[in-house]
Design a protein around this ligand. Structure first.
Ligand SMILES: *Cc1c(COP(=O)(O)O)cnc(C)c1O
Length: 242
């Protein structure tokens, strides 16, 4: 191992340790158990070698937001993952064009950013032709009048969820949100938790609530998140804005 990668390994270990301490503190404050949470390390813009290091440190789930970056990194990871280290599950968390969905369905384990039926149909066709089953979350937007944002309106969630549940190759697993930038995230996380509760009445297996990023994961833990998507706090600030 070169000095440089040893240094990076050490840095990732340290930063992951800090994040785990903060998660533990937020769990204690909320009276929740760490085992009820899954940490999804968002590795976008960082190399496959970092993903391999995180997997060796025990990270079971990673997230990416772009195709083909996500695919290329996964292919490289298959060749560099140390023996005995489990391949982390891959969550696709970014905006997705319908015409690229079929390709993403070939390698993603979970697609968290489904906000329209057309996209779900494309993912279904892709999963079927690859003879795979993929898990889907409905992305919900609480940005209100800011029309350019990704995510389904809260009122559209039940219909979209029913459509996903009926499509072959897909398993409806829950909901996801990105809290509106610059606002208190708590109301969005509370609203997401209520939507998730209602969804589970019709779809008991839809038990994932994906909420919380580097800046707001303690609030997400307080409001019932089951999956945290944390990038910068573990891997460092990204160079490009995304
Ligand atoms: C980048 C990203 C994250 C992680 O954000 P950080 O601020 O780096 O923790 C989480 N969710 C989505 C959808 C993202 O695109």
């Amino acid at each position: 191992m070169t000095d440089r990668s040893a240094t990076r390994d050490e840095q990732l270990r340290r930063q992951l340790g800090v994040v785990e301490d903060e998660i533990a503190a937020a769990c204690a404050a909320a009276g929740r158990s760490r085992e009820d949470l899954t940490l999804v390390a968002i590795t976008k813009t960082y190399p496959a070698s970092d993903v391999a290091s995180l997997a060796a440190l025990g990270i079971t789930d990673v997230g990416e937001n772009r195709h083909p970056e996500a695919r290329d990194k996964r292919e490289e990871l298959e060749t560099i993952l140390p023996e005995g280290v489990t391949m982390p599950r891959l969550h696709f968390v970014g905006g997705l064009q319908t015409n690229k969905a079929g390709q993403v369905a070939r390698y993603a384990d979970v697609v968290q950013s489904v906000d329209r039926v057309k996209l779900a149909r494309s993912l279904s066709r892709g999963a079927e032709s690859a003879e795979r089953e993929i898990e889907l979350l409905v992305q919900v937007d609480f940005g209100g009048d800011d029309a350019g944002r990704a995510g389904a309106e809260p009122a559209d969630v039940p219909g979209l969820a029913d459509a996903i549940a009926d499509l072959p190759g897909l398993r409806l697993r829950g909901v996801m949100t990105v809290a509106p930038l610059g606002a208190d995230p708590a109301p969005s996380f509370e609203h997401l938790a209520r939507i998730a509760d209602r969804l589970r009445q019709d779809h008991p297996a839809a038990d994932i609530v994906s909420a919380g990023m580097s800046g707001d994961f303690a609030a997400a833990i307080a409001h019932g998140a089951t999956h945290l998507r944390i990038g910068r706090s573990i891997l460092g600030e990204r160079r490009s804005l995304q």
